[in-house]
Structure formats: structure tokens, C-alpha cells
Design a protein around this ligand. Structure first.
Ligand SMILES: C[S@@+](CC[C@H](N)C(=O)[O-])C[C@H]1O[C@@H](n2cnc3c(N)ncnc32)[C@H](O)[C@@H]1O
Length: 273
């Protein structure tokens, strides 16, 4: 073979290289991995592959196009229009599963696709895990993932028997400050529903409401786990105390940035009136 002869790649490999190149040009960071997923999703149909690649080039979240996302060791179905569970949230689900007593009861507020509920249920099959979401599309997606889900605002739609009986309440509620939404990555900013992201002026509107709801849901000694960021924990100190929680523990990432908050509901005597 001389230098001038074209190298004949097997068709699949040629597609992989071509799709990777298109996705990289469209700004996809993990273009090669994404190209592999789109090729698998296309199932060898060139017309379908073109349609899927075009959608990704247009910025649609990969999970909406393939229909699933990896969440820790779990694979979760994600319908187009539903918030895509983030990899870093899996640690919160793991912590929730660890905190549950045998045959415990957990509530996942704002469950979205149900990823957290699914992950808890997979590692703790003895537990009952219940989710809520205000978005009917998210509820349908969570149900398709096998979650016992109720549609409505935070804890409002839950069965009455759940109140005061929960061991763990976990929530990834919308917590992005309204003005910060424009700085999110394109997939989220231009495609994910505002309802899933917008936490109001400082991002804590639903966090505060979730603290209040969790105060009524948890048994004394039960634990609340919330995802949040920046210095949002400061704005939650007073609502946590008022709802009967003890001093919260901050969860930080490897850079020291705030990622989560864990607070225990006090038993009778420690409670503030
Ligand atoms: C940031 S997403 C989190 C979804 C899921 N927990 C996850 O981590 O993948 C927030 C979710 O809250 C839902 N939501 C927004 N406002 C709500 C409310 N007032 N009550 C219940 N759910 C709400 C949205 O529909 C969205 O699915």
C-alpha cells in the first residue's frame, strides 16, 4: 500500500469517526462516547442515525435522544421533556439508601424521571420509596421507571399515612437562581423545562418549601437530604430550625463546593417551639 491510497475502514468505524467529528464540531465534550451511543440507538439504520445526530447537533440532551441515562450503577429511562438526572446526584441517592433502617420509608420530592427513587430502591429492595412531581410528564416517566409516584406540589399529593412516618426525605428541587439559568450549559438552558430548574431569585424558594414539607413528613430522628449549591445553606438555617431540624451537615465536593445538605429531625426535647 502506498501513502496516497485511501484507508478502508469498516463502515461502522467510518460512521463512528464521522459522527464524532460532527458532534465535536457542535460542541459536545465527550463526542466519541456520544457518537457510540447514537450509533447503537440508530441500530444500523442510516436515516435514523442522521435524524439522531441532527437532534444532538441542535443541542437536545443526549438522554432525550437515546431514551436513557446512566445514574450510578443504574440505567434510567428519560423521556424527552424530562430533566436529565445528573451523575453527581447519585451520591445523594447512595447516602439516602445508607440512612434507611430495615423496611424503611423514603420520599423523593421532585422526583423527575424517578432516578433517585429507582437508585434507592435498587440498593434497598426492602424499602418503600415514594416520589412526587408537579409535572405530569415527569410523573409518567417516573412511573415507567417503576416508581410509586404522586402528581402535585412537593408533599401535597402523598397519602396521609406517610406524614410523620418517613425515615428519609430526599430532594433535588429546582434550585438554580433565575438569573443564573442563562449561564447553564446549552442542553439545560435551551431545552430542559424551566419548571425543573428555576428556584426563584436566590434559588431557595422550593428549598425552603421542601424543608417545611420534610419537617411534617419525617419521624423524629429521620433525615432530610437536599441538593443545593453556592451558599444556599445559609438561607436554610432558619427554616431548618423552625421545622424542627438540628444543625445541618454540609456535603462538599473535591473542590470544597457545597453540593448537599443533611439534617436530622430532632426528637421531642431538642425541638424549638
Ligand atoms: C432539578 S429536577 C430534579 C429531578 C430529579 N430529582 C433528579 O434529580 O433527576 C426538579 C424536578 O422538580 C419538579 N418540580 C418543580 N416544581 C415542583 C413542585 N412545586 N412540586 C413538585 N415537583 C416540582 C420538576 O418537574 C422537576 O422534575
Amino acid at each position: 500500500m502506498t501513502d496516497s491510497q485511501p484507508v478502508a475502514f469498516p463502515p461502522a468505524l467510518a460512521d463512528l469517526a464521522a459522527v464524532t467529528e460532527r458532534l465535536a464540531a457542535a460542541g459536545c465534550v465527550a463526542a466519541d462516547e456520544e457518537a457510540g451511543e447514537l450509533l447503537t440507538a440508530a441500530g444500523g439504520d442510516p436515516g435514523r442515525l442522521e435524524a439522531l445526530v441532527s437532534r444532538r447537533e441542535g443541542g437536545e440532551p443526549l438522554a432525550w435522544i437515546t431514551g436513557w441515562v446512566a445514574f450510578g450503577p443504574t440505567r434510567v429511562q428519560v423521556e424527552a421533556g424530562v430533566y436529565v438526572p445528573r451523575a453527581q446526584t447519585a451520591a445523594l441517592a447512595e447516602r439516602a439508601a445508607k440512612l434507611l433502617p430495615p423496611n424503611g420509608l423514603a420520599v423523593d420530592l421532585c422526583t423527575g424521571s424517578g432516578a433517585i427513587a429507582v437508585a434507592i430502591g435498587n440498593s434497598r429492595p426492602d424499602a418503600r420509596v415514594v416520589g412526587t412531581d408537579i409535572d405530569p410528564l415527569a410523573c409518567r416517566c417516573a412511573a415507567a421507571n417503576g416508581v410509586e409516584v404522586y402528581e402535585g406540589h412537593l408533599a401535597d399529593p402523598l397519602p396521609a399515612a406517610v406524614a410523620g412516618a418517613c425515615d428519609v426525605v430526599v430532594g433535588v428541587v429546582p434550585y438554580v437562581p433565575t438569573d443564573a439559568i442563562e449561564y447553564l450549559p446549552r442542553d439545560a438552558r435551551d431545552h430542559e423545562p424551566r419548571l425543573a430548574l428555576d428556584g426563584g431569585p436566590s434559588g431557595v424558594r422550593l428549598l425552603v418549601a421542601a424543608v417545611r414539607a420534610a419537617g411534617a413528613l419525617l419521624r423524629p430522628g429521620g433525615t432530610l437530604l437536599l441538593e443545593l449549591g453556592g451558599d444556599q445553606d445559609r438561607e436554610l438555617a432558619e427554616p431548618l430550625a423552625a421545622a424542627g431540624f438540628g444543625t445541618a451537615r454540609r456535603h462538599v465536593d473535591e473542590d470544597g463546593d457545597l453540593r448537599g445538605l443533611e439534617a436530622r429531625r430532632l426528637t421531642g426535647r431538642g425541638r424549638r417551639r
